[in-house]
Design a protein around this ligand. Structure first.
Ligand SMILES: [Fe+2]
Length: 263
């Protein structure tokens, strides 16, 4: 968070059938539907999240990710990072406040992997669903399905991992927590964190730009999903390195909820 980026704050996902997608995210994963807009988009959140939404579903002819947004500390930080992104060479698109309901202005840019990301500082805080901040109950009584607590991270496929790492490290303040290396020294997977999580964003080397593998949500129980929860990280830790021929071991110990209609 040394550059003022707090966390992955929202992801807009293209889905093929909105009714089926809402049933999946709301009734199976257990997210809370918080709003719908005049474009037909549906807004959802995990019940422990204080901001109004973290997932936006948009019906489209092809599945995938429209963009992943990171929340930053303040409007001043947002403006500063906008300048740094431009100086890095990113093309910037300014999205006005209100384009997403109850979200402030967003600064959108495309990473060298071909994915659209955005930064924002302001979003209406509706508080934890069903419990509030004053003498809160431990949990809401009407949670559904897997009762996912919060949006956690995305795994994306695309080219130019080195340049993308430069962008996330130098401009946005992410650390490299884990990587997969080929025998000739090429990094083919990188797991980046902006805090102590094992990763807030992960990239896998792939020739086709802009591919979306999955968005993940945090679960608290079932013995922490059979001890599948990832490692922890401080900025003074060395990154964990996996050899490419052993990389399959890097992934089964993480159990992600693969989202419906993802590609
Ligand atoms: Fe994941």
């Amino acid at each position: 968070m040394k550059k003022g980026v707090i966390r992955p704050g929202h992801v807009q996902i293209r889905v093929l059938d909105m009714d089926e997608a809402v049933a999946h995210y709301r009734d199976l994963i257990g997210l809370i539907e918080t709003d719908r807009d005049d474009q037909g988009r549906v807004y959802l959140k995990g019940w422990t999240e204080v901001d109004k939404f973290s997932v936006v579903l948009r019906e489209a002819d092809s599945a995938g990710m429209d963009f992943l947004g990171f929340k930053v500390l303040s409007e001043a930080v947002l403006e500063s990072l906008r300048g740094e992104l431009a100086a890095f060479g990113c093309e910037i698109e300014d999205i006005p406040a209100g384009e997403l309901i109850d979200c402030g202005r967003r600064v959108r840019f495309v990473a060298p992997t071909g994915h659209s990301f955005e930064l924002y500082a302001t979003k209406t805080q509706t508080g934890r669903y069903g419990v509030g901040n004053h003498n809160p109950e431990a949990w809401p009584r009407d949670l559904k399905g897997m009762k996912a607590q919060r949006f956690d991270h995305c795994l994306l496929y695309g080219p130019n991992l080195d340049k993308t790492f430069d962008l996330f490290r130098d401009v946005l303040g992410f650390d490299l927590c884990e990587q997969v290396m080929t025998p000739d020294g090429k990094r083919v997977a990188q797991f980046l964190t902006v805090g102590m999580k094992a990763h807030d964003i992960a990239f896998i080397d792939h020739p086709e730009p802009g591919r979306f593998h999955h968005a993940s949500f945090f679960l608290e129980t079932w013995e922490d999903v059979l001890k599948a929860g990832g490692d922890y990280f401080y900025p003074d830790h060395e990154p964990i390195t996996w050899d490419a021929d052993s990389a399959q071991r890097a992934f089964p110990h993480r159990l992600d909820l693969i989202t419906g209609n993802s590609v």
